[in-house]
Design a protein around this ligand. Structure first.
Ligand code: DX5
Ligand code: ZN
Length: 219
């Protein structure tokens, strides 16, 4: 099986010490930094914008995995690319033309992701799979950390794993929401190869991060 990447969501980090937190998770073995961007409109919560992504950029060499939960999203793609995002993921429900958004992200030289909410079917990918670098399956409704894993998403992950394998393309399959040491093995068995984890990474403070990340890997 492919190696599993761990992408801590800094939504659960100490916002007063974000630079330090990003350095700490890198030292603790994280593979990517997952950055949740929320606008209070597409989702009922507000987080951070491109200025914070830019400020964090010098603190880490890890890929910045920027998950945009904002609508309309297209007007912000250039700003997040310029701020230092490596992967930019958008929701099909958050704009009128998801294919155009994906094309735009790739035209900026960034990897493009598409994120599916719990009730969004896998077949929305039928005419996107040839143009994306990542599929993000939301295993909670977007907006907040600390929610419980929605088990029905496992069969969606299985279905998307098949689509990806059939495509023959190099596409990451990421799962986001309610991932902990109990749900991580289920998501991996279903075919996920990137695990986002906020609560499960940051609980216990910096001394616990390395052990938390190891447990997510199943080691
Ligand atoms: C939810 C975000 C997730 C969330 C994950 O909208 O996309 O990244 O922060 O948090 P946990 O791991 O606590 O469920
Ligand atoms: Zn996220």
């Amino acid at each position: 099986p492919p190696p599993v990447r761990i992408a801590p969501s800094i939504l659960s980090a100490d916002f007063a010490a974000l630079g330090q937190e990003v350095r700490a998770i890198e030292a603790a073995g994280a593979d990517w930094v997952h950055i949740d961007v929320m606008d209070g409109h597409y989702v009922p919560n507000l987080t951070i914008g491109p200025a914070v992504v830019k400020a964090l950029r010098p603190h880490s060499a890890l890929p910045f995995d920027v998950h945009l939960m904002i609508s309309p999203v297209d007007g912000f793609l250039d700003a997040f690319a310029a701020a230092g995002a490596d992967i930019i993921t958008v929701h099909p429900e958050a704009g009128p033309h998801i294919h155009r958004s994906v094309q735009h992200i790739r035209s900026l030289g960034k990897k493009a992701g598409v994120s599916l909410n719990p009730a969004t079917p896998a077949n929305i990918l039928d005419y996107l799979i040839d143009d994306v670098d990542l599929v993000l399956v939301m295993s909670v409704n977007p907006g907040f950390g600390g929610q419980s894993f929605i088990a029905s998403q496992l069969r969606k992950i299985e279905a998307i794993r098949k689509m990806i394998d059939k495509s023959g393309r190099d596409i990451r399959l990421e799962v986001d929401g309610g991932i902990d040491a109990d749900t991580a093995p289920l998501a991996i068995a279903a075919g996920a190869d990137v695990l986002v984890a906020g609560t499960a990474t940051f609980k216990g403070g910096p001394d616990a991060y390395a052990g938390n990340i190891r447990r997510l890997r199943g080691a």
